[in-house]
Unconditional design. Structure first.
Length: 183
């Protein structure tokens, strides 16, 4: 080792320790060129192919996303249009139901008033018939009572039906006149 130090220390040669010897440079350039050629012909095309495939997938994904977004937008617009149409139809149905309800209500009111008028007319007729029946019954009873009373007051028998009937009718007519005059 000492000999090597002495050789290196000889004054004749100036050796720069940072610059390698020429044979080291040649032996280093050949493997570097082979690795560079291998990288340039094999690795770089494969890497470029892989990057192109990834770029194509990404672009395809972006295109699919854009087309899906466009389809979703079209579907949303279609949905909104259908929803607006359904709302308009529902409003139309509600309005028609309101009109129909009003017509049915008016018809029912008309039927109820006509039924009430019919019932009132029937009741009036029944009341009038009962009044007439009561009047006839009352006339016969009042007539018989009046004849009995008149027979007792006069002291003679009023057995003649024509006389008795005329007397009773005259009495009842006078009674009706006094009633109407009192009102």
């Amino acid at each position: 080792m000492l000999t090597e130090l002495v050789i290196a220390a000889e004054p004749g040669e100036d050796v720069n320790p940072l610059i390698p010897a020429w044979y080291d440079i040649v032996y280093s350039i050949i493997p570097f060129a082979l690795v560079l050629l291998l990288f340039w012909k094999v690795v770089l095309p494969r890497m470029q192919k892989m990057l192109d495939e990834r770029a194509a997938k990404i672009e395809g994904g972006i295109e699919q996303a854009e087309s899906a977004q466009a389809e979703a937008k079209v579907a949303l617009e279609k949905y909104n249009a259908m929803l607006a149409e359904a709302r308009a139809e529902a409003a139309k149905i509600r309005e028609q139901a309101r009109v129909d309800g009003g017509a049915i209500l008016a018809e029912l009111k008309e039927q109820a008033s006509s039924e009430a008028a019919r019932i009132t007319a029937t009741a009036q007729a029944q009341i009038e018939a009962e009044r007439q029946a009561a009047l006839v019954s009352l006339r016969s009873e009042v007539g018989s009572l009046a004849i009995d009373l008149a027979s007792g007051v006069m002291g003679e028998s009023l057995a003649d039906d024509k006389k008795a009937t005329a007397l009773v009718d005259r009495f009842l007519a006078d009674l009706e006149k006094s009633e109407t005059a009192a009102k």
